[in-house]
Write a protein that binds this ligand. Structure first.
Ligand code: 13P
Length: 216
């Protein structure tokens, strides 16, 4: 299968004009592009960085999974370590969000940095062993995120094997953390990851396109 390459723009770029410019350069790559919410409708991007667990109501500042679906979004990142850290998202909250996202027909990219999070993050989903065909797991070790210190591929591969042992061999597993065009192939071609979740390098169009060229 073709590797799944996901761009997590985080809270970048600073202006809509820059976002349009960046998007125009990478939109033909087939990657999932996850911009900030406020750029989604202008770009018609296929990925989002979060969603709320309720369908509607008095939840100031929140965005529902169905609202994303209505905009044409296909994938949503949930459980990113930056949300666990800055928004104090717990496994219980993440689990409710996963349930809502899968219920709205979105594909979920669940970020973890250790195996024990998977079971907790799926606690809200009854019979989850039978219902996770729209789930992708992204292994993002904390020490590798935004540090330039990518995880050694052999070490990351052990996590990939552990995730597939837990969720089944068909669950796609991505690697994320200081991915660049030099190391991308080591994760996909050598360590056998199903794709990549790219932060900083996804904001540099030439570098991002090189990542895709080096793994496809
Ligand atoms: P970097 O690629 O900047 O390390 O970020 C990884 C990440 O958090 C993607 O979700």
């Amino acid at each position: 299968m073709k590797p799944l390459i996901v761009a997590n723009w985080k809270m970048n770029p600073a202006t809509l004009e820059e976002a349009k410019n960046l998007f125009d350069q990478v939109k033909e790559t087939g990657a999932v592009i996850c911009p900030p919410f406020v750029y989604l409708s202008a770009l018609r991007a296929n990925g989002a960085q979060d969603c709320f667990w309720e369908e509607k109501g008095a939840f100031t500042g929140e965005i529902s999974a169905q609202m994303l679906k209505d905009l044409g979004v296909e994938y949503v990142i949930l459980g990113h370590s930056e949300r666990r850290k800055y928004q104090k998202e717990t496994d219980e909250i993440i689990s409710k969000k996963i349930k809502a996202a899968l219920g709205a027909g979105l594909k979920v990219i669940l970020c973890i940095d250790r195996i024990s999070q998977i079971k907790k993050d799926l606690q809200e989903i009854e019979n989850w062993k039978l219902k996770i065909e729209n789930l992708t797991v992204a292994y993002e070790p904390l020490f590798a995120i935004g540090t330039g210190k990518a995880c050694p591929p052999e070490r990351a591969e052990k996590m990939k094997i552990a995730v597939k042992k837990f969720l089944g061999p068909d669950t796609p597993v991505l690697y994320g953390g200081s991915v660049n065009s030099q190391n991308a192939g080591e994760y996909v071609k050598d360590a056998g990851f199903d794709g990549l979740l790219v932060g900083g390098a996804s904001l540099k169009p030439v570098e991002f396109i090189d990542i895709i060229k080096n793994v496809c």
